[in-house]
Ligand binder design. Sequence first.
Ligand code: HEC
Length: 121
Amino acid sequence: MKYLKTGLAVAVGLSGLILASGSQSGEASGGDAARGQGVYGSTCVACHGAKGKGTIPGVPDFTKKKGVLAKSDQELFENIKNGFQSPGSFMAMPPLGGNPDLSDQDVRDVITYIRQKFGKD
Ligand code: HEC
């Protein structure tokens, strides 16, 4: 129980730090990275992987410099929400990662999370 409490305090402290640094750099998406992590873990990880490099062919590597995360928050938001297939691609990103329960805020949160976790710039 003692351990659990410490872990929680650390987690809360960390997400506070992440949020603070996000607002300092003028992050436009306004997402909550801690919530986004939950969304990623339940809906996106199967295809995009815990390391963001993709688990199956056709899935982009989020950690690649000047990769898909170089796009604007607005563009990523629309492509996650509506689904996306780049020209010549043999596999599409399903709308909302195939989870119709995700809200717009969930999408903003997960964008903030993947930028902080996997983004290079
Ligand atoms: C069924 C597998 C699958 C799931 C689940 C999935 N994705 Fe994707 N995602 C893909 C594929 C495949 C692409 C590349 C599509 C292409 O370029 O044609 C992609 C592309 C993307 C891109 C790049 C879009 C762009 O503009 O280039 C982002 C960002 C993304 N996914 C985020 C997410 C998030 C966030 C989730 C969870 C809510 C998620 N994905 C769930 C398969 C998936």
